[in-house]
Design a protein around this ligand. Structure first.
Ligand code: PLP
Length: 234
């Protein structure tokens, strides 16, 4: 099942790239493995998957320790400041930075570990009450402030689009995030580049790729339904 799912997602990404005149290499598929057992990740690894996404610190660290070293781990979930120390040096990219306090705490921990943490800024494009992320209009000033931190590298923006029946409904959301990133890139802030656009999940990654996603985060479409009452995935 995993192989068929992966092949399908891969094919859909390829087709979306083709439709939008992009090269397949511009898009990284993040296999979102949250709640799934290590054995399933090993199977995916055997099929060539090297980029995994997790939304909980403890789970990321446990899987990091259990799986081969050439995996790139992405922290895609809301992050509590007291847990940052566990993932610095383990997470290749933190997708969910949405407050100065959090940015400051990541900077401090990265400094302690003598490294620079790569981060994305999470934007609540759809202004959903239930979601984390900065309001879009707050992002430019936030980027200015965060660019002052010596141990942070801002690599781009991330959004979690609303859950919709028809993925086309999210097209304006993705287009908006892309425009925002282009506008910010023009300002050339120190320590900042806007090369990453993390957007699109199982329901809508094809549309996200058409609108310029450089990373799509696909869980269910690869690993199947998660068996828990979801509280924070969307
Ligand atoms: C769970 C999760 C995903 C993957 O969701 P699917 O709909 O299963 O593809 C993507 N991004 C974030 C932030 C998540 O928490």
């Amino acid at each position: 099942m995993l192989k068929e799912n992966l092949d399908h997602v891969e094919e859909e990404i390829r087709k979306a790239c083709e439709r939008s005149g992009r090269s397949r290499e511009e898009v990284t598929l993040i296999a979102v493995s949250k709640t799934k057992p290590v054995s399933m990740l090993e199977e995916a690894y055997g099929l060539g998957v090297r980029v995994f996404g997790e939304n909980k610190v403890q789970e990321l660290v446990e899987k990091y320790d259990a799986l081969p070293e050439d995996i790139e781990w992405h922290m895609i979930g809301h992050l509590q400041r007291n847990k940052i120390k566990y993932i610095i040096g383990k997470a290749a990219l933190i997708h969910s930075v949405d407050s100065l306090r959090l940015a400051e705490a990541i900077d401090k921990e990265a400094a302690k570990q003598n490294t620079a943490a790569r981060i994305l800024i999470e934007v609540n494009v759809a202004r959903e009450e239930s979601k984390f992320g900065l309001m879009p209009e707050a992002v430019p000033e936030f980027v200015d402030k965060v660019s002052e931190f010596a141990h942070l590298k801002v690599e781009g923006l991330m959004t979690i689009a609303p859950f919709v029946e028809n993925p086309e409904e999210n097209r304006p959301i993705f287009a908006y995030l892309r425009k925002l990133s282009v506008d910010i890139a023009k300002k050339n802030a120190h320590n900042t580049n806007m090369s990453v656009l993390s957007m699109g999940m199982t329901n809508d990654y094809q549309v996200a790729v058409e609108e310029g996603a450089t990373m799509v985060r696909v869980g269910t479409g690869i690993f199947g339904e998660r068996s828990y009452a979801q509280t924070n995935a969307r």
